[in-house]
Ligand binder design. Structure first.
Ligand SMILES: [Zn+2]
Length: 334
């Protein structure tokens, strides 16, 4: 992990601070809005808060100058460092969507026992179970829980960021409480992980409090959230990972949809010939998993495969059955 940051000025009052992340993607973009209401959209992981502080200093600011922090959703790279700011600035407003607030206030709450059970149920071979469970512990250390001061329930919530009036757009999909920040005047959309350049965002299998299996798995909701953004027709997209871009959104959305359909078809065809565990199917669909990021890539492809399979079960295209602790999926004939 490269231990430095880069600052890019977007306009007179908006800056992008790219902070390092271990593994892939290699960095996360934190956006600073300077003005009457100094605002950070996303924070980077807890480990890199000293870098965030240094970057802000370079821009003539301190944590105590920040009025509000808005994590786009409840994943560690987006809220991880909010605690470090809140600890040094008691007045900072931490604003998140209600659906992800518990994740942020309690930290990752998956119990080790449930995680092991879930990994085993997906048919992961023994030598990979411990590295995957360890990855989960690493994720836990990347986020520090923090008290949320404002929970957003409504769509199109208006608020001031920097010198602009902006809106928080609810875009569930990648996570249940994912939000984008929209500045209509400029046509700027700060998209979190909802829209990232190049790749279709992974739908992460999310545990909920008091569930021992992930229940958040909706590909459909993700696609309807995309439609919603498309209707707003932003001119520039500022994602949490990767470079800002102005590709026509409808083209990108068509691309996402194609990837989704192709994956789904591929999985269904494989299931027509064989019964698979999540792991078995993931290794057939995502063939190039190897090298230094194997465990992280495996985690992401298991999530994507699991959420696809569960959606197929819900829609009657597949059924699952268990053999001991392991679950298998089979296609139903249409
Ligand atoms: Zn995320």
């Amino acid at each position: 992990m490269k231990l430095s940051y880069t600052i890019t000025q977007i306009n007179n009052t908006i800056y992008r601070i790219a902070l390092p992340l271990p593994g892939y993607p290699p960095y996360i973009n934190v956006y600073l809005f300077k003005g009457e209401v100094n605002t950070l959209f996303d924070t980077g992981i807890f480990w890199t808060w000293p870098l965030l502080r240094k970057a802000l200093k370079e821009l003539g600011m301190q944590f105590s100058d920040i009025h509000q922090v808005i994590p786009s959703h409840g994943h560690v790279d987006h809220y991880g460092a909010a605690y470090a700011i809140a600890k040094r600035n008691r007045n900072v407003d931490i604003i998140v969507h209600d659906a992800d607030a518990t994740r942020i206030e309690r930290g990752i709450y998956t119990k080790a026992h449930d995680m092991l059970k879930f990994i085993t149920s997906m048919g992961v071979p023994k030598p990979l179970i411990i590295p995957l469970a360890f990855l989960d512990l690493t994720f836990k250390s990347m986020g520090h829980r923090v008290t949320v001061t404002r929970k957003i329930m409504e769509d199109q919530y208006s608020l001031q960021v920097g010198t602009y009036s902006a809106k928080l757009i609810l875009t569930p999909g990648h996570s249940k409480g994912a939000m984008c920040l929209y500045i209509e005047k400029e046509g700027f959309l700060f998209s979190g992980d909802h829209i990232v350049p190049g790749v279709k965002p992974i739908i992460l299998a999310g545990f909920e409090p008091n569930t021992s299996f992930p229940v958040w798995q909706s590909h459909h909701i993700f696609h309807s959230s995309l439609k919603k953004i498309e209707r707003m027709s932003p001119t520039y997209i500022f994602p949490a990972h990767g470079e800002p871009f102005n590709e026509k959104l409808n083209r990108l959305i068509v691309k996402y949809h194609k990837v989704y359909q192709l994956r789904r078809k591929k999985m269904y065809n494989l299931l027509l010939h064989n019964d698979f565990t999540v792991y078995g199917l993931a290794r057939n669909v995502f063939k190039n998993l190897k090298g230094i990021n194997l465990v992280l890539d495996l985690y992401l492809s298991l999530s994507e495969t699991y959420t696809h399979l569960e959606a197929m079960c819900q829609e009657g295209d597949a059924i699952k059955y268990n053999f001991g602790d392991t679950y298998y999926y089979t296609a139903t004939l249409l």
